[in-house]
Design a protein around this ligand. Sequence first.
Ligand SMILES: Cc1cc2nc3c(=O)[nH]c(=O)nc-3n(C[C@H](O)[C@H](O)[C@H](O)COP(=O)(O)O)c2cc1C
Length: 291
Amino acid sequence: MQSVNTRLTSLLGAATPSKLREELLQARASVSDLGNKPLPIGCGFIGWILDSQEEQYKEVVDTAIESGVRAIWVSFGNDLPRWINYIRGSPAYAVHKPLIFAQVTSLEEAIKAVKDWKVDVLVVQGNESGGHGSATAPSTMVLLSEVLAALPKDSAPPVLAAGGIANGTQAAAYLTAGASGAVLGTRFLLTPESPYSDAQKSVLLGATSLQTVRSLAFDDARGTNSWPAGIDGRGIRNKIVGDVETGADAQTLQERFRAAAQAGDPDYLLVWSGQGISLVNDIKPAKVGNI
Ligand SMILES: Cc1cc2nc3c(=O)[nH]c(=O)nc-3n(C[C@H](O)[C@H](O)[C@H](O)COP(=O)(O)O)c2cc1C
């Protein structure tokens, strides 16, 4: 079994090369005895955001590679192979070669990622997962099993399972099923290190799997609905979802969402969450050995 000891950070829309460089320098300085070795974290890039301002994001991607990150994670784009080729063709890649992770949500995409994109690590994300994902993805165990059955046994990259995993028992079950590792997202929202607010953490602490819902309402409300076809997000059901279900138009939705955010109204709080939230009842540090 190959284990990939890499922390992955997510890079969202507002990144600039200088800000990222500064953050990665700080991260490097915080790890003792690292020298010129790869920085043991990764950067995540969302494909449609890269496509939206291609020239700016090429510089951001170059910065991540130049900074020696251990991994680059790509997901949710209509043209991910172009970005993978961009990374591998970057002059900086000749010096630092980050592992390329691709997160996929279907068997078809998994086969392409392995055979055509030649990713270093494949992440298969099932329907239970928190945050963005495919509205029609099978469950994590079914998708993982389909993908493992379809990939060549001798030459496939490590396959990681993502979605609904919140503890070591579940992770062990996925390893038994043939995964090389497990990806946990929602679990890390309930850590002291997480940037979620106390109000968001408090919603998560009291939530169960049944309160989570896949919807585009969250993105409609905050005006970020440019995801590829079929992608929505799983979060805690709130009044945003209720408003969409009762026919609120986009403008009304955005106005209510903005006003509620200003007023600190918990009924409209946006809280991403996977179904595994039922299994998370405490806030604990993200350090190794704690799940
Ligand atoms: C708050 C949050 C933000 C996320 N952001 C990203 C992202 O930027 N890129 C990405 O590929 N996946 C993202 N994901 C999905 C994770 O990569 C992963 O598939 C998911 O968290 C696994 O399911 P779980 O949350 O049930 O553990 C995010 C998930 C959460 C909960």
